[in-house]
Design a protein around this ligand. Structure first.
Ligand SMILES: [Zn+2]
Length: 125
C-alpha cells in the first residue's frame, strides 16, 4: 500500500496541542497566513491567537468598526459579506479590495497608525 494517496498517521493528543501552539515555520508572516487572523462581525472584533497584539490586525480591524459606525446596517452587504467572500475565494487580492483598503484608510486618518502591509489610498509624507 505504499503508493496509496491516503496516509494514516497516529498522533497523540498532547502532540496535537503542541503542534497547534507552535508558530508556523515562516515566523513573521504567521498572521497573514493563518486563514482567519481576526474578524469584525459587529461592533466588536474577534482576534484569533495573539493577533490583537499584531499591528497588522490592530491597525486594520478597528477600521471596520469605523465603517460600521458610518454605514450602519449597510456595513453587512457593503463590507462584511464582500470581505468574507474575498478573504475566502480571492485571498491574494483581499487586502487591496476597497472594503479592506478603506478600513485601513479610516483608521489611519483617525489615529495616524498603519502597518506597511495594509494598503492605503492616501498617506502623508
Ligand atoms: Zn478586513
Amino acid at each position: 500500500m505504499d503508493n496509496c494517496c491516503l496516509k494514516i498517521v497516529q498522533v497523540e493528543p498532547a502532540e496535537i496541542i503542541r503542534r497547534r501552539s507552535e508558530p508556523p515555520p515562516n515566523g513573521g508572516l504567521k498572521s497573514i497566513d493563518s486563514k482567519w487572523g481576526a474578524v469584525t462581525p459587529g461592533p466588536f472584533i474577534i482576534y484569533f491567537g495573539n493577533n490583537a497584539n499584531d499591528s497588522y490586525f490592530s491597525t486594520h480591524e478597528p477600521g471596520h468598526i469605523i465603517q460600521l459606525l458610518i454605514l450602519g446596517k449597510y456595513y453587512y452587504p457593503l463590507v462584511a459579506i464582500p470581505s468574507l467572500v474575498s478573504a475566502t475565494f480571492f485571498p491574494e487580492h483581499h487586502n487591496n479590495m476597497p472594503w479592506e483598503k478603506s478600513a485601513n484608510q479610516l483608521w489611519y486618518w483617525i489615529t495616524g497608525e498603519n502597518h506597511p502591509r495594509n494598503p492605503l489610498y492616501f498617506k502623508k509624507k
